[in-house]
Ligand binder design. Structure first.
Ligand SMILES: Nc1nc2c(c(=O)[nH]1)N[C@H]1C(S)=C(S)[C@@H](COP(=O)(O)OP(=O)(O)OC[C@H]3O[C@@H](n4cnc5c(=O)[nH]c(N)nc54)[C@H](O)[C@@H]3O)O[C@H]1N2
Ligand SMILES: Nc1nc2c(c(=O)[nH]1)N[C@H]1C(S)=C(S)[C@@H](COP(=O)(O)OP(=O)(O)OC[C@H]3O[C@@H](n4cnc5c(=O)[nH]c(N)nc54)[C@H](O)[C@@H]3O)O[C@H]1N2
Ligand SMILES: [Mo]
Length: 771
């Protein structure tokens, strides 16, 4: 492996070279280039890369390096056929890396696991559906089944899925959101009455300042960099808070800008870059507000106007006084200790904020995957409320979503705690009474399977065994099921953790043409900005056996429930029919089929952006929380006499969640290996080791279970002392099931307390082994 500082800007020729390399590596160069040109175009498919939105500029190719990788990965001509499964026993496949498994290509036929031979074998679709139905009928009650969703499922697939599952009788909807932006949803719903961001993509053109917390857009939302680049060029302040110096947030060359590419020019992205400690962002914002209160006092004492927007506060909010007293009562010493930044830094950040009329705050996993994520997001919201930054052009809150339709799946009712208004609308439209008791989220689902209470697992996409915490326990949980079913495009580790019965059902992806009754169907998705638009595939599938997600769900539903509560076969003949049902049930979707004809799709509306607050108080709420006593809880610190480090788990540049495209983390300059730990040079020295040495990593948890991963190589890196970083999913075995965010149950994967010991494992190709 190599570690070499990356000196160029993000994007630029590096990105173009990488895109081209990926195009050339797959076997369908011309087809893939043609596909790329159709990504996020009027008559193409929605990019499966991320949930960033589209501007209305015409005639531009809206793709990025990572979109290109995602498209290529899906549009490969390699196939995982019944012959493949006949060749390789599951036991052998389990020993292969994630990279190897997905690289084998697209799943082609439905297959069923045969425990006698340890091979998956072909099964007919009707037999597969009947098998699922017989398992579901055999359960004592519907709450013994778990129905997982990953955020690529279209609105149509998600709506059908939740309709089937609720008609069957449960709210058990573990969802990839539970590991992702759950805390944003919970926090914003309480504070402003809607669990979504309040800005539109156009607002970025009007903002005076954009504060970016805990996210790495250069890798994970490259199209956002283009938006930030434009904002930076017109002089907006871009103020970044990130534990790591991420190259994409420092400098960016737009690979789609001929001028920048030819001149070697680059745009500085962040005007200001702060590196707080892991989990320190609530203290950062608390410090900023404390500084702003002090400024306000000085100004008003001098007879000037208050710097806060008291008109907005009076008309629209509650809870200001208790929040202000909590801030006053928080000592600077605690703030600076947790933030890892000094008082001057925070005062400076406050000044930048204060001198901007219109401020957008964005955030992602660096904020949502902590114990105190909900309170951190509410602290961010409080800051915005003080200045009336909600419901004004160029300003607002922007949780940047991950999976391309994760927000839409929630809107369609993939939720373990459905709102009463939603279930009432379902009841009215379909004439059955949906279950009202709370179902399982991801952590609950794993626990229920472990306890033998849940016996059937169905996954609509995703990679449950690898993306969730506590890998070993999660694998045990899946293995103890009577039936596991995975609806998927590519082979992954979850498919190899078999229950007594297991099925893999191959589905069409975003890029594929979906024919029903010989007519191509389109589906819809919702982006981070509440815009809904259509997506239609462009690649003709060469394998007739693959089915669309809606068709597979309809097949399972019909086998299980017959024609209740709808005629499933009729419904999927024409997806307009599914959309008519969505329009009847879900607010904002009336006349959906008609509205989709508008270029760019339609806007769902956002109550908070209209200053209508669907909270208990009917106002936007200042929510008051104390800072955590310690970022590392005392009961965990005491578990070891060795130095305890705080580990965050991040994505490399060459992966999409658990999909590993390759071994190059370009902007971080790390190449050839994934089992690495990024660590401050002084910390490496302090534990008596040197860069290149390998360590075993053990996490500390209150339940007494030993969780360890072995053979990680130390890399000296620009990261705050005491903090370290590594890639997921290799480190997921370290996250204890009970280590989860307050109020959100999100696994704490950005602050894992760990100790390091020298490792006996020394294998340069270690990353190719399973974990
Ligand atoms: N190419 C590609 N695109 C993707 C994905 C992918 O895997 N690959 N995944 C998609 C999905 S599902 C999601 S949710 C998004 C994820 O997008 P991101 O949230 O950008 O993903 P992470 O890699 O988890 O990066 C977390 C970032 O937050 C920083 N950070 C971590 N902890 C803290 C903290 O406590 N404070 C601060 N201030 N910073 C912190 C890290 O240094 C890192 O830069 O991306 C989506 N897009
Ligand atoms: N430690 C740690 N763990 C994390 C995170 C972290 O930052 N750190 N991030 C979390 C986050 S933000 C998320 S969103 C989750 C992601 O969790 P998941 O969504 O469960 O995982 P993915 O890796 O995105 O799923 C990849 C699989 O999806 C299938 N797939 C791809 N496209 C399609 C499709 O169109 N249809 C169907 N049916 N299947 C498809 C393929 O078989 C592929 O193998 O992981 C979480 N886990
Ligand atoms: Mo995510």
């Amino acid at each position: 492996m190599t570690v070499k500082k990356y000196k160029s800007s993000a994007g630029g020729w590096g990105a173009l070279a990488s895109t081209t390399r990926h195009l050339v590596k797959s076997e369908n160069i011309t087809r893939n280039i043609r596909n790329l040109l159709k990504t996020n175009q009027e008559h193409g498919f929605d990019c499966p890369g991320c949930a960033w939105g589209e501007t209305e500029e015409q005639g531009r190719f809206r793709f990025c390096e990572n979109g290109a990788k995602a498209v290529n990965w899906e549009a490969t001509s390699r196939r995982v056929t019944p012959e493949f499964f006949a060749q390789y026993p599951v036991g052998w496949l389990q020993q292969q890396s994630d990279y190897f498994l997905e690289y084998q290509g697209r799943l082609s036929h439905p297959v069923r696991y045969n425990p006698k031979t340890d091979h998956y074998e072909a099964i007919r679709w009707d037999e597969a559906f009947a098998l699922i139905a017989s398992h579901l009928h055999a359960l004592d009650n519907p709450n013994q089944a778990e129905f997982y969703t990953s955020g690529r499922a279209s609105n149509e697939a998600a709506f059908l899925y939740q309709l089937f599952v609720r008609a069957y009788g449960t709210n058990n909807f573990p969802d990839c959101s539970n590991m992702c932006h759950e805390a944003s949803g919970v926090a914003l719903k309480q504070s402003i009455g809607i669990g979504k961001g309040t800005v539109k993509i156009e607002d970025f053109d009007k903002a005076d300042a954009i504060f970016v917390f805990g996210q790495n857009p250069g890798t994970n939302h490259p199209r956002m960099l283009d938006t930030l680049r434009k904002a930076s060029r017109r002089g907006a302040a871009i103020v970044t808070f990130n534990t790591l110096k991420e190259r994409g947030l420092e400098r960016f060359t737009n690979p789609q800008s001929p001028a920048e590419m030819l001149t070697g020019g680059a745009t500085a992205i962040s005007s200001h870059y702060f590196t707080p400690k892991l989990g320190g962002d609530m203290a950062v914002v608390r410090g900023m507000v404390k500084a702003l209160i002090a400024m306000d006092k000085t100004e008003t004492a001098a007879g000037k106007d208050s710097i806060f927007d008291h008109d907005f506060i009076r008309a629209h909010t509650t809870g200001l006084d208790s929040y202000l007293s909590e801030v006053e009562a928080t000592d600077w010493s605690l703030i600076t200790e947790q933030a890892g930044l000094n008082q001057q830094d925070l005062e400076y950040a406050a000044t930048l904020y204060r001198h901007s009329q219109r401020v957008i705050i964005t955030w992602a996993m660096g904020i949502t995957q902590h114990k105190h994520s909900v309170s951190t997001i509410q602290e961010i919201t409080n800051l915005q409320l003080l200045f009336g930054q909600l419901g004004k052009p160029g300003a607002g809150l922007c949780p940047v979503r991950g999976h391309s339709n994760v927000q839409g799946d929630r809107t369609m009712g993939i939720h373990e705690k459905p709102a009463p208004a939603f279930t009432q609308a379902l009841e009215k439209r379909f004439g059955f009474t949906p279950p009202s008791e709370q179902g399982h989220n991801t952590v609950h689902a794993i626990k229920a399977m472990l306890a033998g209470e849940s016996k059937v697992f169905i996954g609509l996409g995703g990679n449950f065994a690898s993306a969730t915490p506590d890998t070993r326990l999660t694998q045990q949980a899946l293995a103890s099921c009577a039936l596991t079913v995975n609806i998927a495009t590519k082979l992954n580790r979850t498919h190899l953790i078999t229950g007594q019965d297991s099925l893999i059902l191959p589905c069409l992806g975003r890029t594929d043409i979906d024919l029903q009754e010989n007519r191509p169907q389109s589906v819809t998705v919702e982006d981070s900005f509440s815009m809904v638009h259509a997506s239609g595939g462009v690649v003709e599938s060469d394998i007739a056996e693959m089915r669309s997600e809606p068709a597979i769900i309809a097949g399972i539903a019909k086998a299980t429930l017959g024609n209740h509560p709808v005629d499933w076969d009729w419904l999927i003949e024409d997806y307009d029919r599914i959309r008519d049902l969505i329009a009847d049930v879900i607010p904002g979707f009336s006349e959906m089929n008609l509205k989709l004809k508008q270029p760019g799709g339609f806007y769902l509306g956002n109550s908070a952006a209209e200053r209508i607050w669907h909270t208990d108080s009917q106002k936007a709420e200042f929510r008051t929380h104390p800072l955590p006593d310690h970022l590392l809880p005392a009961n965990l610190r005491q578990l070891s006499d060795d130095p305890v480090f705080v580990l965050q788990t991040v994505r490399s540049h060459d992966q999409y969640n658990t999909t590993i495209y390759g071994f190059e983390d370009r902007y971080r300059g790390i190449s050839g290996e994934r089992k690495i730990l990024m660590m401050n040079a002084s910390d490496i020295e302090a534990i008596g080791l040197k860069p290149g040495d390998r360590v075993d990593v053990t996490s500390l948890s209150a339940d007494g279970i030993q969780r360890q991963v072995e053979g990680f190589k130390l890399i000296s890196y620009d990261i705050p002392a005491g903090n370290i970083a590594a890639y997921f999913p290799e480190t997921n075995p370290l996250v204890a099931l009970d280590s989860k965010g307050d109020l959100s149950d999100t696994p704490i994967s950005k602050a894992i307390p760990v100790v390091l010991t020298p490792s006996q494992v020394d294998d340069e190709r270690i990353d190719l082994a399973p974990y």
